[in-house]
Write a protein that binds this ligand. Sequence first.
Ligand SMILES: Nc1ncnc2c1ncn2[C@@H]1O[C@H](COP(=O)(O)OP(=O)(O)OP(=O)(O)O)[C@@H](O)[C@H]1O
Ligand SMILES: [Mg+2]
Length: 531
Amino acid sequence: MDGLFDDASAIELEGDEPDGIAVGIDLGTTNSVVAAVANGKVTVITDASGRSLHPSVVAFLPNGQRLVGAAARARRVIDPNNTIFSAKRIIGQPFRTDEVQAALRHLPYQVVEGANQEPLIKTRAGEMSPIHVATTVLSYLRQLAAAQLGGEITHCVVTVPANFSEGQREATRRAAEAAGMQVLRILNEPTAAALAYGQKRQMHQRIAVFDLGGGTFDVTVLAVREDLYEVIATGGDPFLGGDDIDQAIASHLAQQFLQEHRVDLNTNPQARARLLMAAEQIKMKLSKQESVRGTLNEMAHGPGGVALGLKFEIDRSLINTLMTPIVENALDMTGTVLEFADIQPQHIDEVILVGGATRAPLIRERVGQYFGSKPRADISPMQVVAAGAALQAHALFSPGDAAASVGLLMDMTSHSLGIATAGGYVEKLITKNTTIPAEKTRTFTPAKDFQEAVKLRVCQGEDRQFDKNTLVGELILDNLPRVRRGDMKLEVSFLIDADGQLQVSAKDTASGKETRATLRVVGMSAAASAA
Ligand SMILES: Nc1ncnc2c1ncn2[C@@H]1O[C@H](COP(=O)(O)OP(=O)(O)OP(=O)(O)O)[C@@H](O)[C@H]1O
Ligand SMILES: [Mg+2]
């Protein structure tokens, strides 16, 4: 009998619990976090070493082995061409978009254009879809969760940035499905963070979520009314984050080394990589202590082959100086987003910090000064998104559990969606910042008489000219009756569901016959996009 009640797994839950377990996943560009509600509490899942932050990295080894998470991240310096990180930057987007091209300038591995304009990552294990990389990370997270929670993970809520497009959301959903989970919802990251703080709160609140991660900055304003969460404005910079602070520290160290030894470490990729790793360690220590000193051995060799080390000492005021342009840049963008929402900083009721980089004291201080109130970080900024996703997963998976209810979520579209019209222009059906779910219908006539087929081209973006926007997909309506263009009316409907996913349908109203077709999303291979 001894020890029988020490075993948590011996506790049986009462009532009709559905089979399986639902988790919440923050699939980050740099790191991912997975959490679940177990015995009424949010549990963050750890790996064998007790870490709760799992690098979103997959490494392909020469012996055919594949590593994921912390083990994979360790190979970034040794084997940069086969260690895939930041795949989130290119998932679900056509190869030729500015976003993908900009991301590629920052990535050391090779990416080529595949079928249906999908970017494919070249590795020694073959060409790989970014969806496949995400699936590999998600499978790993699923396994960790299963081991810790003692059951099969069948369902999930996955978070994405508020500005993710249709294609990016759909690609993320497919990745989770391929990892063996049913997707209960694709949730915006800032909404998830607000949810984690938001239970049982006062009625009307305006919340700003300030998310400075490894490589991306997002700021979002939400209106919370009882349990209705509405994204009212979002913005940011896809290339601003903690990595920039590491770069600034590494450059400072390289400059010091150049002055002391007349050797430029920046010209040696291996040395630069070591400087960046050291810089991150220094940065993290300086979030807790006032100064850090140490030596990096054998950074280069001097005359006669003598090993040259780099002795450093960096204090809080120096790192604050290096960090200042980054935080001021983020605050400028915050100003733009607040202006769009037509809200003064002091009218925000609560500011929530998200992302590892917000652990730096300077960032907390400046954000506090900007809004005129102390930002909240009582839930770990690195875990808060996954915690909110876990609460939402629990609410959707155990609908009978009243305590699990976390309300109805409302979000807004971050881009306009339209179709191509004659002359290469765009007719917008859904404008930017429309509250979703939303449905819009508009009637069109074909361009020519006796047209038997019509190709509808769908794009997202704000430009009047179609080609200056991003192509989302194409829809072909064929077998139309042979009539004059004036006698045919095509009714096109755009439906965006609660996950922010777009369904396009069209019908020929003149004949009364409804022709339905599904949208082919570009930026994903045919296999991955087959609905
Ligand atoms: N104690 C700390 N002090 C300062 N920075 C930190 C600290 N801990 C982690 N960081 C930084 O936080 C960043 C990672 O943050 P996070 O895990 O939130 O990113 P992410 O969500 O994966 O990235 P992204 O938001 O770009 O998708 C890294 O730059 C890391 O160096
Ligand atoms: Mg993040």
